[in-house]
Design a protein around this ligand. Sequence first.
Ligand code: NAD
Ligand code: UFG
Length: 345
Amino acid sequence: MKTERILVTGGTGYIGSHTVVELQQAGYPVVIIDNLSNSDRAVLDGIERITGIRPDFVEGDCTDIDVLRALFAKYTDIKGIINFAASKAVGESMQKPILYYRNNLNTLMNLLELMGPNDVKGIVFSSSCTVYGEPDVNPVTEKSPIKKATSPYGNTKQISEEIITDVINAGAPFKSVILRYFNPVGAHPSAEIGELPNGVPQNLIPYLTQTAIGIRKELSVFGDDYNTPDGSCIRDYIDVVDLAKAHVIAVERMLMDRSDEKIEIFNLGTGRGVSVLELINAFERSTGVTVPHKIVGRRAGDIEKVWADPTYANNVLGWVASTPLDDTMRSAWAWQCRLRERGIM
Ligand code: NAD
Ligand code: UFG
């Protein structure tokens, strides 16, 4: 077991839980803080079943600095932070902008404020390809232009990147790795943890798997008149376990001082653009399950196409998104079936 503890905020959430598994398997002691606003305590059972270790867990809100102070007072061995805790629904952020700015920005600022006094060496921050907006050129590199955010959610990611940069440029005694995720999908191959959306899913894969299992009647494909080969939108779908592994590398890089840079930014994607219709085909091909679907009008605010150039992460982090898309589709389906077995969905 390593001696440096990692604080994982939002660690019972979708990407956080997969990352806790990878951290524990790499030998890091972990403490999770989560207010369970978008996840369930039962996720801890899944993590324990996979790794044999139950991570320490604090139920608490990161916007409350006193809760974080108490956590740092109890866990004096925290050397790294991975900050997943945030509100993440783009549509909801248009309706409740203050909730988004308050939750996402206060969480980050509280953590940054407490890092120095508690001798924490680095913070990994969950950013998003949403910062590139509708790119003029694909694939996007880390140097591609940042476009004006189209939602308060997207704006919180842009502002967060600026806050981290300002704080570190002002001489803060720690480092940061900013990870811009493309579209995380799939579940742990054990089907012990996965994505558990609240209510009607807004994202493609949970809607697709819920349709495949019969919870939803049919999947709506939002538009087939885009300027893409089959007319549907293109994204870069990255397996959540591949994504989780990048966090372990990023944390280690800061703890071991492997870089001279105090702030680094990496795109985390596969480098492969996949259309909505191609993704449905991949799911049907790899699982043998049919997904009833129909073409409907475009969804307001959707980007036509975006995919990553992950060369920088490949070369500098030595990280590659290696899981074949078909395996990811199978893991997403196995997770949906597990939820059904457990009577959850
Ligand atoms: P998620 O909602 O599954 O996980 C976030 C977790 O944070 C949840 O468990 C929630 O209960 C918790 N949380 C929220 N606010 C909190 C607070 N104030 N204090 C304590 N806990 C709090 O989301 P996810 O998909 O795992 O996303 C993780 C991070 O990655 C987020 O920052 C998100 O914006 C970012 N991201 C996600 C995607 C995606 O498509 N899933 C894409 C790009 C970036
Ligand atoms: N789509 C459908 N039908 C659906 C749901 C989605 O056709 O029922 C399409 C969308 O139009 C889009 C693609 O599937 O073309 C992917 O949509 P998602 O909602 O799954 O993902 P987005 O790319 O819109 O957004 C996601 C996250 C954001 C994040 C962004 C970039 O939801 O939080 O990826 O990381 F900012």
